[in-house]
Design a protein around this ligand. Structure first.
Ligand SMILES: [Zn+2]
Length: 414
């Protein structure tokens, strides 16, 4: 007897492939059958898809949920102002008790996590913020959030190691509380030393690397190039991700140089995360534009799209909704054909699953039963109409219905 069955859905299998009029049978948190004409009498619970689309769980691999929803003014228009506002925001926590700060971070990030879940996201990777006022409280909050929403979503903490908290963070890594080594080497004068340090930490703790990289409009892509070099030097092919890389689209960048870097990235199996909506917003007064999504994809680089900042001082928009990010990215990159829209769908599903090193991912027998049924017949239509997420399943449990979280499985952290 199956735990549940979804009858009559179109399954998006990635790389443009759609299996129409299929059924999914789920048992013990996994998909056990994905084929046509299964008998509904063999399942305890049956859902009827009525020709709608089933998509594997979305994966939002570049977020900052600890500071989501902290936007409190409407004047952020440029990167410089966004940074200044962010500094001001962090200073406003001066004098707060640790407990009050922790509660505030939990409140913001719980809201963001819940919005992700109702939009069909089953894994998120978040960059954890450290600041003299916040200390390491955001990491503590992320650890508790993982427990709180364990039945709903996988949360990966991506952590840089600022000097002042290094001892504490190494101890946290020893305890397995850090999932990914993060950082912002392109912002550091000695980007080489910082990048080397990230790779040393990755080796020491056996973790993947995900760095913010060349988020600018300057043609100097030395940091991107050095990360590629280190990936090969440390034998970390497939485990390194670069976020932003808007420098690849800088005005004045020579085509040969761009092509050369894209080829090198493909050889080193670098994953690239394009944060198109955030970069488009911030380019208002300081051009930076999107990355070269099309060229990277065509060259075989694993490209994903992610939310980045959600309603904070960097970007007052965002709904933790990867169909929204996909729609905007597809427009910016002229990904308007059925083929291109399906490629865009891969960038919020199968591609970030590679980035996140997610196992048993997809809609085939043997995969985790992490998927949503959305109100559209095809992937392209799902993006174009930002289709409603009618049913969201995680490990075979229905966790959200029509945008409403089923709260039964939330575990309150101590
Ligand atoms: Zn970011």
């Amino acid at each position: 007897m199956y735990d549940c069955m979804i009858k009559n859905v179109n399954l998006y299998l990635g790389k443009g492939e759609l299996m129409t009029d299929a059924d999914l049978a789920v048992k013990d948190g996994k998909i056990v059958r994905a084929e046509r004409d299964l008998d509904p009498k063999d399942a305890e619970q049956v859902y009827y898809g009525e020709g709608k689309l089933a998509l594997p769980g979305f994966m939002d691999t570049h977020m900052h949920i600890d500071k989501a929803f902290t936007m409190d003014n409407d004047e952020t228009v440029s990167l410089i102002e966004a940074c200044a506002n962010s500094d001001r925001k962090m200073e406003s926590y001066y004098g707060w008790t640790d407990d009050a700060i922790y509660q505030e971070i939990m409140e913001h990030s719980s809201k963001a996590a819940e919005w992700c879940i109702v939009h069909g996201t089953t894994l998120l990777r978040t960059n954890v913020l450290f600041h003299p006022n916040w200390k390491t409280l955001a990491l503590k909050a992320m650890n508790d959030l993982k427990i709180k929403y364990a039945d709903y979503i996988t949360i990966q903490s991506c952590v840089g190691f600022p000097d002042e908290f290094r001892g504490e963070l190494c101890a946290a890594a020893e305890r397995g509380e850090i999932d990914v080594i993060g950082g912002y080497p392109h912002l550091c004068p000695d980007y080489r030393a910082v990048t080397d340090d990230c790779f040393e930490l990755a080796q020491k703790y056996q973790l993947p690397v995900d760095l913010h990289c060349d988020e600018s409009d300057v043609t100097n892509l030395d940091c991107f190039e050095y990360i590629i070099e280190c990936t090969q030097k440390y034998g970390m092919e497939g485990k390194v991700t670069c976020g932003h890389v808007t420098g690849l689209n800088a005005s004045g960048l020579e085509e040969d140089r761009a092509e050369n870097l894209v080829q090198k990235a493909a050889e080193a199996k670098i994953n690239v995360t394009s944060l198109t909506s955030c970069n488009m917003y911030l380019m208002n007064t300081e051009r930076r534009g999107p990355s070269r999504v099309r060229q990277l994809t065509e060259s075989g680089v694993n490209v994903s799209i992610a939310s980045d900042n959600i309603r904070d001082t960097f970007r007052p928009f965002g709904n933790c909704d990867l169909l929204e990010e996909a729609l905007l990215t597809a427009q910016v990159h002229k990904f308007g054909t059925v083929k291109c829209l399906r490629e865009t769908m891969d960038m919020i599903t199968y591609h970030p699953a590679v980035t996140a090193l997610a196992e048993h991912y997809g809609l085939e027998a043997g995969c985790y039963a992490d998927f949503s049924v959305v109100d559209a017949p095809t992937p392209e239509e799902a993006i174009l109409r930002k289709a409603s997420r009618d049913l969201v399943f995680r490990r075979g449990k229905l966790v959200s219905r029509k945008g409403k979280l089923i709260r039964d499985y939330i575990k309150e952290a101590k």
